[in-house]
Ligand binder design. Structure first.
Ligand code: URA
Ligand code: CA
Length: 437
């Protein structure tokens, strides 16, 4: 087989076979094929797309490029959840303890964030002494004991994706449905769960900017799940404005705790987290339908089962569970600045991408892979889309550690707010659900 011929074939919109895709992916993972040939291949995929079968073969070739976690020694239906990423998107920290407290094993391998804000692993590192690096054995044993584990992806889990993602990032080939879906699903398959729930985000703060694209991505991943025998469903949710009212690592842990302990009663973040949780109860066999799952997950929340499970998780992973009761034990910022409304009227939009960027400028996210995150900094949004405000009212609070950074962050944050004279239409949070087929 010659790499040249496979690039040519894809360029001419022909379908590649399983053997051909295995050859390309294992060759690249083993450093036998150079970046420039894979770059050309990725661009050909970007323009010509792939058939359903090709996407499944590509996904499996990637999943098989390194270690795979075997969860078969844990009884029950093991579930996993994945979000395509957004701003103020802390759903994992809320739903994972709730779902596992229902008796469903949840084994989640998570990533760090690039751009905008931190990923789940960065957020967990805001909990004093919390250990995010577990060996596969430690991870499996913990899930066996307490039905819950959240750890960082080890370097040998889907190494092909690491190399491909870095190459896509610099060759303008990220935004391709075959490439995104195989990247996500290969990691889910290698992580070993039986059932997968995907949260596909759509809007300014997400990869997918339109509902049509998001549906297409969701359906593609649900089909991969079917082909590899994993029960897979997808929810499509709104990421036009930040989901939570707190953006930043310690702040997002804090917001998750405030939802789990009942101090925040109604919020979009709570609604999306519980909706995902209800679907997971169904996938995990603890509810017959969504409605039953919804009632059950709310019950678990009201009985304080989620907050107890979160403490147990923290304790098992070496962290200080007292941080759940005393939020002052989480990393704090030294500068606190209020942002005032320049207009009177309604808030018609809060651009999620800009708000995420404002948090990143404070140090809450990474611009480059090597950047170190400042865990205590971030933004608290005091207003939501649709709220009426008066000129001079507080729109948000900035928590930072460096004066110059706070200043630029404030400018960007103000530009994220849009105002109107009339009350705007508030868009729906849950846009669609694609059931496993
Ligand atoms: N998330 C991933 O893991 N991979 C992609 O390609 C895009 C989002
Ligand atoms: Ca994320």
């Amino acid at each position: 087989m010659r790499v040249y011929d496979l690039i040519f074939k894809k360029r001419e919109a022909q379908a590649l076979t399983k053997e051909e895709l295995d050859f390309l992916i294992s060759g690249y993972a083993n450093n036998n094929i150079p970046d420039y040939q894979i770059s050309a291949f990725l661009m050909a995929v970007y323009f010509q797309g792939m058939s359903k079968e090709e996407i499944a073969y590509l996904t499996l070739a990637m999943a098989n490029s390194g270690d795979k976690i075997d969860l078969s020694c844990i009884p029950g239906i093991k579930v996993d959840k994945h979000s395509t990423g957004g701003v103020g998107d802390t759903t994992t920290l809320i739903l994972a303890p709730l779902v596992s407290s229902a008796g469903i094993p949840l084994a989640k391998i998570s990533g760090r964030g690039l751009g905008h804000t931190g990923g789940t692993i960065d957020k967990l590192e805001a909990i004093p002494d919390f250990k995010v690096n577990l060996t596969h054995d430690e991870f499996i044993n913990q899930v066996k004991k307490i039905n819950l584990g959240i750890c960082a992806q080890s370097s040998n889990l889907v190494p092909a994706d690491k190399k491909l993602y870095a190459l896509r990032d610099v060759t303008a080939t990220i935004e391709s449905i075959p490439l995104i879906s195989s990247s996500i699903m290969s990691k889910k398959i290698a992580s070993g769960a039986d059932a997968i729930l995907l949260d596909v985000k759509v809007g300014s703060g997400a990869f997918m900017k339109t509902l049509k694209e998001a549906r297409n991505l969701a359906l593609t991943m649900v089909k991969i799940g079917k082909l590899v025998n994993k029960k897979t469903s997808a929810l499509i949710t709104n990421m036009e404005e930040p989901l939570g009212s707190m953006i930043g690592n310690a702040l997002e842990v804090k917001e998750a705790i405030l939802i789990l302990n009942g101090k925040i009663k109604d919020s979009p973040l709570k609604e999306v987290s519980l909706t995902l949780g209800a679907h997971l109860l169904k996938l995990g066999g603890k509810a017959r339908n969504f409605k039953e799952g919804w009632i059950k997950i709310n019950q678990l929340l009201n009985e304080g089962k989620g907050i107890e499970k979160l403490k147990e998780l923290i304790k098992f992973q070496g962290g200080n569970p007292k941080a759940v009761e005393d939020l002052n034990l989480l990393p704090q910022a030294s500068i606190f600045k209020k942002v005032f409304s320049p207009y009177s009227g309604y808030i018609s939009k809060i651009d999620a991408q800009k708000a995420g960027y404002a948090a990143m400028l404070l140090g809450a996210g990474r611009e480059k892979k090597e950047d170190k995150i400042d865990l205590g900094v971030g933004i608290i949004l005091n207003k939501k889309v649709g709220d009426k405000v008066n000129k001079g009212e507080v729109l948000a609070e900035i928590l930072g550690n460096l004066k110059e950074k706070v200043k630029i962050s404030e400018e960007v944050l103000l530009s994220a707010f849009y105002f109107s004279k009339k009350a705007p239409q508030v868009s729906k949070l849950i846009l669609d659900f694609i059931e496993r087929q």
